[in-house]
Design a protein around this ligand. Structure first.
Ligand code: 5GP
Ligand code: ZN
Length: 113
């Protein structure tokens, strides 16, 4: 498997893990865009949001739930934060294993760039 995030899941590439269970892994982004910038990924390899199937809905919901849980743990849940999932080239996706960006600790503008 040549997928970078599958290699992180399998510990073939080191990462700074902040949360793990049977279904999801969360680790700090190597190039943070906010004081906290965590990537939350399913352990199942799914290349893009377009490839999510009905059987994956629980796991995708779990990405969101994990983001909110980590935001509470980090202390910025009430102030607010940003979650982003980029899809394909025009959406800015660079790693083809779905991931939710959780960013917090600063104010975000809208619309996103
Ligand atoms: P995307 O652009 O696909 O939405 O997000 C990919 C994210 O993965 C980027 O924010 C990038 O900084 C991060 N990233 C790329 N390679 C690595 C890596 O080897 N380790 C970690 N922790 N993050 C990475
Ligand atoms: Zn993968």
């Amino acid at each position: 498997m040549e997928c970078l995030f599958c290699k992180i899941i399998n510990r073939e590439i080191p990462s700074d893990i902040v949360y793990e269970d049977d279904e999801v892994l969360a680790f700090n982004d190597i190039n943070p865009q906010a004081p906290t910038h965590i990537l939350i990924i399913p352990k199942k390899h799914i290349a893009t949001l377009n490839d999510v199937e009905e059987g994956d809905l629980t796991i995708v919901g779990k990405l969101q739930h994990t983001a909110a849980k980590l935001a509470k743990e980090k202390g910025f849940a009430d102030d607010g934060y940003r979650v982003v999932m980029n899809c394909n080239e025009m959406g800015g996706q660079t790693v083809y294993h779905i991931h939710m960006h959780l960013m917090g600790g600063r104010e975000f503008t809208w619309p996103a760039g």
